[in-house]
Design a protein around this ligand. Structure first.
Ligand code: THU
Length: 129
């Protein structure tokens, strides 16, 4: 699947975002090795710590449905500015897909960054073996 299609699905997911507090609507679309796409949006909570980011919504959906091999993830926000995954999401992506490509968009300017570049010197599963 090309980056444009994946980005479009991520933008569609922003429409399902529940962000009454920050008003910052985020969407993600995660492509599995099998070619299946799991989308996610941020879901906020009045007790702020309960908030879940779009990327983690997508990855948790996939893992819970039995998919655990990932190729790339598109991450966008409704304002169409570059929206980089937060630290917690980078760590969760590293858990399941340390080599994943992250596809970002700013009004049609598309950037692809590998997670290894975004999270260098990471701590991960192999450190606990
Ligand atoms: N957010 C995401 O969904 N993904 C990120 O990687 C950055 C932050 C959400 C969390 C919260 O609902 C809102 O953006 C503002 O932080």
């Amino acid at each position: 699947m090309n980056n444009e299609t994946l980005l479009k699905m991520a933008y569609e997911a922003t429409e399902r975002s529940y962000a009454p507090y920050s008003k910052f609507k985020v969407g993600a679309a995660l492509l599995t090795e099998e070619g299946k796409v799991f989308t996610g949006c941020n879901i906020e909570c009045a007790s702020f710590g309960g908030t879940n980011c779009a990327e983690r919504t997508a990855i948790f959906k996939a893992i819970s449905e039995g998919y655990n091999k990932f190729v790339k993830i598109a991450v966008v926000s409704a304002g169409e500015i570059f929206t980089y995954p937060c630290g917690i999401c980078r760590q969760v992506l590293n858990e399941f897909a340390p080599d994943i490509d992250i596809v970002l968009d700013d009004h049609g300017d598309v950037k692809v960054i590998n997670l290894k570049e975004m999270l260098p010197y990471s701590f991960g599963p192999s450190d606990l073996r």
